[in-house]
Design a protein around this ligand. Sequence first.
Ligand code: NI
Length: 195
Amino acid sequence: MLALMAIRKIAQIGHPVLRQRAREVTTEELQSKDFQQLVDDLVETMRDANGAGLAAIQIYEPVRLLAVEVNGNPRYPYKPKIPLTILVNPVIEPLSDEKFENYEGCLSVPNLRGIVKRVAKIKLTALDRHGAPIEMECRGFKAGTMQHEVDHLDGKIFVDRVEDPLSFSTWSEYDRFHREAFLKKAEEVIARYGS
Ligand code: NI
């Protein structure tokens, strides 16, 4: 049978689907064709929209599944590479009290960025798309990306975590007024945490 990937619609802030807690994926479900199709569609949709990550809840499937990939991302050109990573039922444990400032955006929040403080070092445990266990330590921007995506699974959006509303900016005004200062900070984050 020919399986075709599909680009799905991305839910936008205000839609209630984004505000629920996504449910755990069962072992049985992982083995189903429907689930594997969902994973393929999630990746296709993320790539089409130039996302650094995408949670299944953002394509109206409220299960604990997300995809992350960064490779010269045009939305976040300063972010170090992350190979395509599929996480099922991910759990984050902070490994440090240190936080860093991340100028975030989201495919579910059109044309808005804002500064969010993220834990700088985390442990991430999850299953891969076939149910094999994954355990990794993430630092810096990679840790920030993971926290942003796992937040989606708990119905949270980055705007909830912006402490200073003065940091809210459209993408073009970010480029005009905030990018230069942020890129200097981003270099420090990368120097300190390696990613
Ligand atoms: Ni997002």
